[in-house]
Ligand binder design. Sequence first.
Ligand SMILES: [Zn+2]
Length: 371
Amino acid sequence: MGKAVGTKRVSVSGRTYDIPVDKDGYVPETALLNRFNNVYAGVEPRRKKRNLFKDYNDHANVVLPSKVTPEQAAAWWDRPAKYDISGIDTPGDIKVRNGVKFRGLDVEADKMSQLIDQTNSHDERKKIAASGAVYTARPLKSGVAGEHYPGTNEINLDRKVGMDHKTAAHETTHMMRHIDDSRKTAVTKSNPQVNVEESCTVAEEMARSREPDQNCGYYEHVPVFDKKTKRWRNPTYSEMVEMAREDYSIMTYGTNRPLKEKDAIRSVEDNWSKTNISRLRYRSNGEMAIKSITRQDKSYEKAAEETLKRARGEGHRPKSRSSSDIPKTPTGKGTKQATLFSLTRSNKKKSSSKRTFKSLVSKTRRIGSKK
Ligand SMILES: [Zn+2]
């Protein structure tokens, strides 16, 4: 698929469009993607914007290939909700890159393939391929950046907000914890306790990342000890950022350089219990992950004690808070995956701009759908 070298004017239903073309006369995939992702383009009468999630899930009678001329694309360009283009608003064919399966456009398959290599070793990629995993770039529900389905090894990344190495690392880690037999410990393999599963997955995601995940929504559920009131409370946004920064350093053994394979897994074994995210309280009746783990593995009892003592001793510099500091609680429901929001002051200010979505969507999370 080439780059746009010009445009071609087409008319459809009385409307005229200048559609980008590549040197071979086809519409570049990126142009189709931009058109699809623009919720204000090709809106049906009496509607304000298009619902990308719905468009993807609804199947149109006419499915066009992703390689189309401007004339062939015209009707879809005019009303994307009425027609489908393979790989854009319908899943389309499986595309294989170095043994791993992808759905989406070619440019998206290439991108996802790259994301896997950025956060996994060659051998890990082989395991991913052998699992039959399918990575799909698609629109997900508002606020969801990524999903993992343990039963089928399917990973979905939101094509607007989830196509980054952290989301890919997070979902891939969930999958590897599930399928990789070389993982033996309670903290490195799939855990039936949701707070432990998410907590350890965030930690491993950190170990594999090139920078701390500052928008990681799970930190909203990491309590900090307030020295004044002597009680655990929800963190402020700046405390969340600081905790993520600390954890990134801890999970990379103080190097702030990403790890892969055995090194990343060992880091979870060595370091998870020292992290802030080990205090995750999420879907666990208020129990912290570091406490939950002690019921599975008694050897964590001492570490848990130390972690809580440290957190109580240092607190997290409680600052004056305003109501806008209080993180919003997530609204995810059901057994499928969803994502946490970080509703921050700066995000709130931008709430009417289109960029908000990107800045709000933080980290994918998986709500236990394991059986
Ligand atoms: Zn998760």
